[in-house]
Ligand binder design. Structure first.
Ligand SMILES: Cc1cc2nc3c(=O)[nH]c(=O)nc-3n(C[C@H](O)[C@H](O)[C@H](O)COP(=O)(O)OP(=O)(O)OC[C@H]3O[C@@H](n4cnc5c(N)ncnc54)[C@H](O)[C@@H]3O)c2cc1C
Length: 471
């Protein structure tokens, strides 16, 4: 039987994996391969938390393959050179992979496909991670969408989900051997990720389990609860989606099977959130420069404050003196994740109250989030900063105190992540500097003043915005 390389990238699953399926259907012996080539990701090589996740996800994929009689071949180096080396070593006649959409790797993959075909090797790419590929829908004028609602309205008319494909029950053995996982240098050198793994189970089984837990729990009432950080009100599937341990259409298919009058609104609300993920890939494809530059060029003249490393560090370490901000940043550091509502608040505080460039925040998230995703992260930061597509206007500035009173009314989220405030009476936990005596008595280690006076920070941001001519 002929051999075919199946080049795994961000599709670390066996079920519903179009590239693997195509290789099997064509009658080849699939040789599963993962090539570690972070230098090919341009300025956006995966950060520390991503690498820590990937390390475990690759181990899980290898174990799943071994349970079926195959194994994952791990290599390091230039992707094309490694593929060609493996082809020469094995006599493989084809290479199958699922597409990635980042600006640095899309042209690389296109080049590899051309070169392999020129060498007489069959090279096939498939869609393994999106319900609609970024170029599949356009506005009536034929251009890209910049506003979510019409994008999603159009997308919903075109969704055709692939039929479910089970993971192969067994796979034939292949002759190739790769490097040991620990030689890839993915594991964190300091054990800063130790707490992550009490929250997460990387790999396909972990993804399916997370989906089941969501369907049995937080899906009920999702639309109301998804904004409340003091509980598990969302699916926590984002890192699994990022690494392709589950595909969005698998989630939608499972949810369609759960429909009932009482669940429809929550299911539709959830699928709409998956729609934002689709939209972010649409934007990244059409506006690849936006990982580093404003989507709205009118913001290019905006006067950000001078870089302030001390403020940035206080924000990163959760020492701003504003409890909801500190809680979010500490949740991120401890778990590699932050609730969506709180992501918006910490991002708004950085870009507006502190007027630090959104890129600074995007970089920190990139290094610390287990779900760090170039499309979603870029869109999220530009949305909050007001510089992006369909963005929250810059002049709409979240007040972190009133937001925490509204979305964390019992201060449970705050107290969980900033436990030194637990001894304060509830009324003092949202803006403790307004209660200096209580703060001194009950939480002496906590900052006595916020990093910036919230009213003054807001006024300065609005003044800067007006100087740009209202962007
Ligand atoms: C500043 C900022 C940065 C962000 N960076 C990332 C990032 O790097 N990676 C990432 O996956 N998400 C990012 N998000 C979006 C969102 O916060 C997370 O997707 C969500 O919190 C993940 O939790 P969940 O899986 O429980 O979400 P659920 O509410 O269960 O949503 C299900 C899925 O829908 C998608 N989704 C939900 N909300 C959004 C959104 N606003 N934009 C795009 N997709 C969405 C995600 O894939 C998510 O897993 C960012 C948001 C902001 C405001």
């Amino acid at each position: 039987m002929s051999l075919a390389l199946v080049w795994f990238r961000r599709d670390l699953r066996l079920q519903d994996n179009p590239a693997l399926q195509a290789a099997v259907d064509a009658g080849h012996v699939p040789v599963p391969v993962y090539i570690h080539a972070p230098h090919e990701e341009g300025d956006w090589a995966p950060g520390g938390a991503s690498n820590a996740w990937l390390n475990r996800s690759l181990a899980a994929l290898d174990a799943d393959l071994r349970a079926r009689g195959s194994s994952l071949v791990l290599c390091r180096g230039d992707s094309q050179a490694e593929l060609e080396r493996l082809i020469a070593a094995s006599g493989a006649v084809a290479v199958y992979w699922n597409r990635k959409y980042e600006p640095a790797t899309q042209p690389r993959d296109a080049q590899i496909k051309r070169d392999l075909r020129e060498q007489g090797i069959e090279a096939q790419s498939h869609n393994g991670s999106l319900m609609l590929e970024p170029w599949e829908i356009t506005t009536l004028q034929g251009g890209p969408y910049k506003v979510f609602t019409p994008y999603w309205r159009n997308a919903l008319t075109r969704l055709q989900l692939p039929a479910p494909v089970r993971a192969p029950v067994s796979l034939p053995a292949h002759p190739l051997q790769g490097e040991a996982l620990d030689t890839l240098g993915l594991a964190a050198t300091l054990p800063w990720d130790a707490e992550f793994w009490t929250h997460w189970q990387p790999g396909e089984a972990g993804a399916q389990e997370a989906l089941t837990v969501f369907i049995d729990g937080a899906l009920n009432g999702y639309r109301q609860q998804r904004d409340l950080p003091d509980r598990v009100g969302t699916s926590l599937l984002s890192p699994h989606l990022h690494f392709g341990e589950i595909a969005p259409w698998q989630i939608v298919q499972r949810l369609q099977g759960e429909r009932s009058a009482s669940r429809d609104a929550d299911i539709d609300g959830y699928i709409r959130e998956l729609g934002w993920r689709e939209f972010s890939y649409h934007l990244l494809h059409h506006f690849p420069q936006t990982t580093d530059h404003n989507l709205n060029p009118r913001f290019d003249g905006f006067t950000w404050a001078a870089p302030n490393p001390a403020q940035l560090q206080a924000w990163q370490q959760g020492r701003t003196g504003i409890p909801i901000i500190d809680a979010g940043m500490r949740e991120l550091w401890a778990t590699g994740y932050m609730h969506n509502r709180v992501r918006m608040l910490v991002a708004s505080f950085l870009c507006k109250h502190l007027r630090q460039h959104w890129r600074e925040g995007a970089r920190w998230f990139w290094d610390t989030l287990v779900d760090a995703d170039l499309a979603n992260n870029t869109m999220g930061w530009q949305w909050v900063a007001g510089t992006g597509a369909d963005a929250a206007p810059y002049f709409r500035i979240f007040n972190p105190v009133t937001q925490s009173e509204k979305f964390d009314p019992q201060a449970r989220y705050i107290t969980r992540w900033v436990p030194e405030l637990a001894a304060l009476p509830l009324k003092a936990r949202f803006a403790p500097w307004q209660h200096p005596h209580l703060l001194a008595e009950h939480a002496p280690g906590y900052p006595t003043l916020p990093l910036v006076d919230l009213a003054a920070g807001r006024d300065a941001a609005l003044a800067a915005y007006r100087r740009t001519g209202g962007a």
